[in-house]
Design a protein around this ligand. Structure first.
Ligand code: OFO
Length: 159
């Protein structure tokens, strides 16, 4: 496996571990009685597994067998609701950094197949980051108001 495809395999694993982190956030929220926020993070986890699946399919298509690595134990406590979303946002920024690195490497290696695949991830990251920024802004406005939190919990529960 060349360097670029190895890095893609790493990203495949990273997407799975992202899903794992979001499951942990979902459990934190559920434990605090915020079923809507928990639902949001469960959906987010499912999306990560779809991102992983897309990479897995691609690797097979270019005749590489994807390899699974062990997954690190995710964080369990997150401080509070806003902090949880902030941690998720920071995680998405890390994903973006990794995708950009892959884009640069694909350009260096002149691998247009990978460049084309990665364009989808570049666009997806713009959406993901915007999404989390919006949620954090809402939560910061709501502050400590339980009435506001419950309304927003219901809203994100319909995602
Ligand atoms: Fe949440 O991002 Fe995957 O790629």
């Amino acid at each position: 496996m060349g360097k670029l495809l190895k890095k893609l395999n790493e990203q495949y694993n990273f997407e799975i571990s992202s899903g794992y982190i979001y499951y942990s956030m979902a459990n934190y929220m559920k434990d605090k009685g915020m079923d809507g926020f928990a639902h949001f993070f469960n959906k987010q986890a499912e999306e990560e597994f779809e991102h992983a699946e897309k990479l897995r399919q691609f690797l097979f298509e270019v005749d590489v067998r994807p390899e699974l690595e062990s997954i690190e134990k995710p964080q369990v406590e997150f401080g509070n609701f806003t902090e949880t979303f902030k941690t998720a946002y920071e995680h998405e920024q890390e994903v973006t950094r990794r995708i950009n690195e892959l884009v640069d490497l694909a350009a260096e290696e002149k691998d247009h197949r990978v460049t084309s695949l990665l364009q989808w991830y570049v666009d997806e990251q713009v959406e993901e980051e915007d999404n989390f920024r919006g949620i954090i802004e809402r939560l910061e406005r709501i502050g400590e108001s339980w009435a506001g939190l419950y309304i927003y919990d219901g809203e994100l529960g319909r995602r």
